[in-house]
Design a binder for this molecule. Structure first.
Ligand code: AMP
Ligand code: TRP
Length: 325
């Protein structure tokens, strides 16, 4: 039997090249070897205020982005989280074994809610439990995500172990899959921060749907470090980030990238990087509108059916073990 993968992204903001290189690229690479479930996590999205019409539109747009990135609906199950109500149901059960202290330690909550934890939504606080439910419902072996999700994965493993210990073996303990290169692509404007959907400055991110002109301008404006060599060097995070993007987009080895730019300046490098990004994103953007609404809905409906079968089985066991059923 094939091992299982589960992963998801939130239908908020616009997906950027960090989302692609840190997560989606690996979803596509792993879908042959694993039985994969790729979810559009719309219930996570409302942990921050969303415009209802936009949210529904973005949910469908994100499905198109998964497909355009190369997630193949013949191989992988693509579905919308809210179409499988077991996600919300298991969240409740898991919330009851999650400790306040565990959630208080989550760095993403501290970052997003830091301005005012008194006023932050409770959903933002308990969001990692919903994420744990997503993963555990599918008896997942592997979760391909970027570095920012590592702590949530650790909590997921702790909750699964605690439940198994207290109620009997029920959940598989999932492993994170965090890529060596690309796990945390940085902002083009500030290499000390990750490229983020919620960044106020759009110049920090290359969005998957940016046109050639925007991509070229953003790369031209990207901050650089002192020194002129185009090399991977931890003490020069800006160039290391740009070179990592180049490496992952072109599929070249680190050594080849360094050799390729030896003796060349930033101007030359940035022009080539912009070209690589434009060339990479062009076919992707052409594929985004490949599916009409009807075919997209069929893919999502079939996905939800397949996901529901697995999720219902796990939830039933959870309810039996806990005495709910
Ligand atoms: P989100 O859009 O926040 O739902 O994230 C979707 C996926 O992209 C998750 O697996 C994140 O870990 C990953 N991700 C988000 N930002 C970055 C980044 N700057 N670099 C690498 N991976 C990222
Ligand atoms: N929390 C993740 C993010 O913000 C998205 C997500 C929700 C997820 N549920 C998941 C990722 C389950 C992997 C597995 O990026």
């Amino acid at each position: 039997m094939k091992k299982r993968i589960f992963s998801g992204a939130q239908p908020t903001g616009s997906l950027h090249i960090g989302n692609y290189l840190g997560a989606l690229k690996n979803w596509v690479a792993l879908q042959d070897e694993y039985e994969a479930f790729y979810c559009i996590v719309n219930l996570h999205a409302i942990t921050l205020p969303q415009d209802p019409k936009t949210l529904r539109q973005k949910t469908l747009d994100l499905a198109r982005i998964y497909l355009a990135a190369g997630v193949d609906p013949e191989k992988s199950t693509i579905f919308i989280q809210s179409d499988v109500p077991e996600h919300a149901e298991l969240t409740w059960v898991l919330s009851c074994i999650t400790r306040m202290g565990e959630l208080e330690r989550m760095t993403q909550f501290k970052d997003k809610g830091k301005e005012n934890t008194e006023r932050a939504g409770v959903g933002l606080f308990t969001y990692p439990v919903l994420m744990a439910a997503d993963i555990l419902l599918y008896q997942t072996d592997l979760v391909p995500v970027g570095q920012d999700q590592k702590q949530h994965l650790e909590l997921t493993r702790d909750l699964a172990e605690r439940f198994n210990r207290d109620f009997g073996e029920t959940f598989k303990i999932p492993e994170p899959y965090i890529p060596k290169a690309g796990a945390s692509i940085k902002s083009l404007q500030d290499p000390s921060k990750k490229m983020s959907k919620s960044d106020d400055n759009p110049n920090g991110s290359i969005f998957l749907l940016d046109d050639a002109d925007a991509i070229t301008k953003k790369i031209k404006r990207a901050v650089t470090d002192s020194g002129t060599d185009i090399t991977f060097d931890e003490s020069r995070p800006a160039i290391t980030n740009l070179l990592t993007i180049y490496q992952l987009l072109t599929g070249k080895s680190r050594e080849d990238c360094v050799e390729h730019f030896a003796g060349k300046g930033y101007g030359h490098f940035k022009a080539e990087l912009a070209e690589a990004a434009v060339e990479f994103l062009r076919p992707f953007q052409e594929r985004v509108n490949e599916y009409d609404d009807a075919s997209l809905n069929t893919i999502l409906k079939n996905g939800a059916e397949k996901a529901s079968a697995v999720a219902a089985f796990t939830l039933d066991q959870v309810y039996k073990r806990t005495g709910i059923k």
